[in-house]
Write a protein that binds this ligand. Structure first.
Ligand SMILES: C[S@@+](CC[C@H](N)C(=O)[O-])C[C@H]1O[C@@H](n2cnc3c(N)ncnc32)[C@H](O)[C@@H]1O
Length: 232
């Protein structure tokens, strides 16, 4: 197998808005995958999220981007490409023992495309264990970060980790709609069918840890089932 090299045109994201097909999986293609015609790696995202994130990374710079919840690795693959383009460090966490390991083989397709070794910094750790909280919070305290909460309990991830963010760092959570009515009217069957994070789930964290909905990006992220918060 040839060495996998990154170039600016490696990134393959849809440029126009895509009508959502109702599925929880969207394959992220990349010239970092081998063979060249690789069908892409599954991500659990609305496809339009990639455009929104790409615009965001063009405007904001980071020392670290940390993803909680790797799963198949499609979003991680995209974030890894972005890390090469914009020169930030990228780490993704998943706890392979989650639910007795039923999802522990999900990264196999990505490993096969990469000669059996993940190219990005993947850490098999429970984000609620004290040692992992110390590890992640140390990074958050010392760097400008974006923390993406897409693990097993988004409100808890935001509650625990937002305390440690530097002012000006961002924290985002997935499977978000502002409330149940909004979800039923605007999100369900149109954008995303999973609701695990609402304003009422994080209102206390926001007050306690000085988080605001980020004016510049809130609406675009909300329309792909993400909440974008900034630490004031
Ligand atoms: C919804 S999936 C992540 C989707 C992925 N970010 C994407 O866009 O394709 C949630 C993942 O969180 C992981 N997870 C659940 N609890 C966790 C924990 N305590 N620590 C780390 N990862 C956890 C699960 O194993 C699962 O793979």
């Amino acid at each position: 197998m040839k060495t996998i090299k990154y170039s600016k045109d490696s990134i393959t994201i849809p440029s126009n808005k895509i009508d959502w097909n109702g599925k929880s999986r969207y394959r992220v293609k990349s010239s970092l995958l081998q063979p060249k015609n690789h069908r892409g790696i599954e991500s659990q995202q609305n496809p339009n999220a990639y455009n929104v994130f790409t615009h965001f990374f063009q405007k904001e710079s980071f020392d670290f981007v940390i993803e909680i919840g790797t799963s198949y690795g499609g979003l991680s693959l995209y974030l890894y490409e972005q890390s090469l383009q914009h020169n930030f460090d990228f780490i993704t966490y998943d706890y392979l023992g989650f639910r007795n390991g039923i999802w522990s083989t999900r990264q196999n397709e990505l490993k096969v495309a990469w000669n059996n070794k993940l190219l990005f910094d993947f850490r098999d750790k429970d984000v609620f264990s004290p040692t992992t909280i110390t590890e992640i919070s140390t990074i958050l305290q010392n760097n400008k970060c974006l923390l993406l909460c897409d693990g097993g309990d988004k409100p808890k991830e935001i509650q625990i980790y937002s305390e440690y963010l530097q002012s000006g760092s961002y924290i985002m959570g997935h499977d978000y709609s502002p409330d149940n009515d909004y979800f039923n009217q605007h999100t369900k069957d149109k954008v995303w069918n999973w609701l695990e994070l609402r304003d009422e789930d994080i209102i206390e964290s926001m007050t306690q840890h000085n988080l605001s909905k980020c004016d510049k990006y809130y609406t675009d992220f909300r329309d792909t089932a993400w909440i974008c918060l900034i630490k004031e």
